[in-house]
Design a protein around this ligand. Sequence first.
Ligand SMILES: NC(=O)NCCC[C@H](N)C(=O)O
Length: 409
Amino acid sequence: MQSPIHVTSEIGKLKTVMLHRPGHEIENVYPDILHRMLVDDIPYLPIAQEEHDYFAKTLRDQGVEVLYFAKLAAEALADDQVKDEFLEKMLAESGHATGAVHDALKEYLLSMDTQAMVDKIIAGVRKDEIQTKFVSLAEMAEDADYPFFMDPMPNAYFTRDPQASIGDGITINHMTFKARQRESLFTEYIIKHNPRFANKGVHVWRDRYHDTRVEGGDELVLSDHVFAIGLSQRTSADAITDIARNLFKDSNYDTVVAIHIPHNHAMMHLDTVFTMINYDQFTVHPQIMDGGKIDTYILHPGKDGEIEIQHRTDLQKVLEEVQDKPEIDLIPTGNGDPIVAPREQWNDGSNTLTIAPGEVVTYDRNYVSNDLLRKHGILVHEVRSSELSRGRGGPRCMSCPIVREDLKN
Ligand SMILES: NC(=O)NCCC[C@H](N)C(=O)O
């Protein structure tokens, strides 16, 4: 049976992608919780939605089928028993496993139709939306001023991160920060219960029930046998080892390249500083290379299920070797300028979404990087970015490829 997920590169023609249109969750962010919600500012929702619709249209105009995360989730919860089981897990992960608040939230959420319930969970539930019969001492005495029973998920529009397609399978990710961990519970239900994916042979390379952390922004499918992953603020070495072991055991993947990037918010994932845009072309933020060097580890299957690891520091050479190309063109964000490069990287100038070999979608605001891409022969579709960029992610972060065409060579 052909899996409904098929992604054997970063650059093969994009056929199907999963997005999330930002919704009311954005309006539930206020200054006191900005840091904890992992955003630096509050997008203006109507414009963010316009920009997102334009992004979706740009993809559709290029023949891409656009699926929406929240719709897939609602479809997955069509059966009442599945919905009940999901809701119990979601409430528990939101801090209400039992008790009066749990009961009131459950009654409130079940009073809605399923799509409205999913949208509400993503948006967050304020305390003043529901009446509880009793409150516990903890609710009365601790966090009394905190306005939410269920936190909003303002990062849901970065559909790249809670999961990642690799080959005919997926990783469903245990994400680093609490602010994003519940997002992948939706993915679990989509894969298990949405008719598009359920019982269709999707291989789950790693599920979300682990202590170690991985996020899709770090996961790059370089080819049908080479997988690159950031060793980053969000993805730990143990998780990388686990994914490598599972890929080596059950797939064609025989090479995992772990790239150590700075552990900070501006460069939280590998795709904020490095993306693949053509067979032999990549964007790279110059500041991750210390004099051209960066700690890189190549993992291969060893004897008896062991993993062999080589430590290298020349990323360009590593890419030439694993991609089997005589030369790799590394295109520096902001043309490597000491002011332009970090400024454009901050607004996701390296975070290109490749929709076909040598054809990308980028934010319009990164005009220096975009011009340079064009000079290197890349076809660039620019999308609007005044509000979307405030969430600290770009076109690659906002898209989860589900199907790409295989590369011809
Ligand atoms: N792949 C990505 O780099 N995604 C961007 C995620 C931004 C979000 N505010 C976060 O910190 O998780």
